[in-house]
Design a protein around this ligand. Structure first.
Ligand code: HEC
Length: 148
């Protein structure tokens, strides 16, 4: 006849399960995307940051973003005076800490309850990704100035 498992056996099993769950949780990769980013925007930038892409992005920026965000992206364009909230300073660290995917999402959908427009219909995806590269470049240049 088989002996019934002792209560200590069950306890050991439960302890083992709890411990492995803890260890697993520790080593699980942190989520790659912002928690509120819709899944269809869980993307990486498919456009290569080539010189001609950046040139195009500068042109698009002057046409579409400069009036609010200013020539250098500091949030001080001529239209910014009348806006509340003000356009973002594109150098700001919390903005630069967001993923490319999140910036692309903002360019595509705009930002509710602010003047930030959606460019999902007026600019094609390549152009929006090129602008994401330009926003990154603005951040990089600001960090370079800081360390100099
Ligand atoms: C009509 C004015 C206006 C125009 C044009 C505009 N923006 Fe904005 N933008 C804003 C405002 C206002 C905000 C929100 C500020 C806030 O939430 O504090 C914003 C926010 C942003 C943000 C931050 C989004 C976030 O999560 O807070 C990015 C990035 C951005 N704009 C990039 C751009 C780019 C690139 C263009 C051009 C393709 C552009 N904007 C055109 C007004 C504008």
């Amino acid at each position: 006849m088989k002996r019934a498992r002792s209560p200590w056996g069950y306890l050991a099993l439960i302890l083992f399960a709890a411990l492995s769950a803890l260890v697993f949780d520790r080593f699980r990769a942190r989520p790659q995307f912002e928690p509120d980013l819709p899944v269809e925007f869980h993307l990486t930038n498919p456009v290569r940051r080539a010189p001609e892409v950046m040139e195009r992005a500068e042109l698009l920026f002057r046409r579409n973003c400069l009036p609010c965000h200013g020539k250098a992206g500091h949030g001080d364009g001529p239209a910014s005076v009348s806006l509340n909230p003000k356009p973002r300073d594109l150098r700001s660290p919390d903005l630069q800490n967001q993923t490319d995917a999140f910036l692309f999402y903002r360019l595509t959908e705009g930002k509710m309850r602010t003047a930030m427009p959606s460019f999902g219909t007026s600019l094609n995806p390549q152009d929006r990704w090129a602008l994401v590269h330009l926003v990154r470049k603005i951040g990089e240049e600001a960090r370079k100035d800081e360390t100099n």
